[in-house]
Design a protein around this ligand. Structure first.
Ligand SMILES: Cc1cc2nc3c(=O)[nH]c(=O)nc-3n(C[C@H](O)[C@H](O)[C@H](O)COP(=O)(O)O)c2cc1C
Length: 213
């Protein structure tokens, strides 16, 4: 099953709404089973409680429902706008509250990698094979191994802005959340200069279809 996680306050007239419709039509058209979580429409509270922050939170029905949906999905499809080169707060809160220790990962007891490795890790962190190798050495049990993800982002700015500000969501979402929990196959699609018309440019549409194929 595919699971769409939609993080935008407008599910009808926005650029993100157009993407959501396109993705759902694509999946329907190919007979793919999917479910959608619309975080705003479902009134998700992104704030982590003081108790949950120390791993002692009370069970929460909505969080458990979302974890159940993630558990039975092979692929996670995130659709969200870029705000301050980051995901909207509601999606950050989704990661904070739903990708919990015990569900998405566990820390293992063995010691951390020796600090002497740090220069090597820094030097080759951008190279996929090397990065993957170090990731496996982390004292972390990745509990979402085997799932893949597609991340579709809209931007008001262009690709130059994206390069200038450090491609931040690739680190904070793809690596620090998804890769960390074992989701290694992460495809990205960007709709730059998403202003005015909400008709998805052909190139972006093709990229979305290729990512979903
Ligand atoms: C609070 C806020 C922060 C934003 N920050 C950025 C940004 O850092 N970079 C960027 O390219 N666009 C930024 N934008 C523009 C949005 O990304 C753009 O309006 C949105 O992706 C268009 O899609 P929508 O019609 O579905 O909202 C920001 C918009 C808002 C409301």
């Amino acid at each position: 099953m595919d699971l769409i996680v939609y993080a935008h306050p407008d599910a009808h007239d926005s650029h993100n709404a157009a993407i959501k419709r396109h993705v759902e039509e694509n999946l329907k058209g190919r007979g793919k089973e999917y479910e959608t979580i619309d975080l705003y429409a479902e009134g998700f509270n992104p704030l982590l409680s003081a108790q949950a922050a120390i791993g002692k939170g009370e069970p929460d029905g909505l969080v458990e429902k979302y974890q159940g949906k993630i558990a039975k999905s092979e692929r996670l499809i995130f659709i969200f706008p870029i705000w301050w080169y980051a995901p909207p707060a509601i999606l950050k809160g989704f990661f904070d509250r739903v990708f919990t220790a015990g569900f998405a990962y566990n820390f293992r007891k063995e010691p951390s990698m020796p600090k002497a490795l740090l220069p090597l890790i820094k030097a080759c962190a951008s190279q996929k094979a090397c990065y993957g190798m170090f990731l496996k050495q982390l004292p972390v049990e990745q509990k979402l191994v085997g799932k893949s993800a597609v991340v579709i982002n809209t931007f008001g700015g262009n690709d130059i802005g994206y390069e200038m500000f450090g491609s931040a969501p690739e680190y904070t979402v793809d690596k620090a959340v998804l890769n960390f929990c074992g989701v290694m196959d992460v495809k990205r699609v960007h709709w730059f200069e998403a202003r005015g018309s909400v008709e998805i440019p052909i190139k972006v549409r093709e990229e979305i279809d290729a990512a979903l194929a």
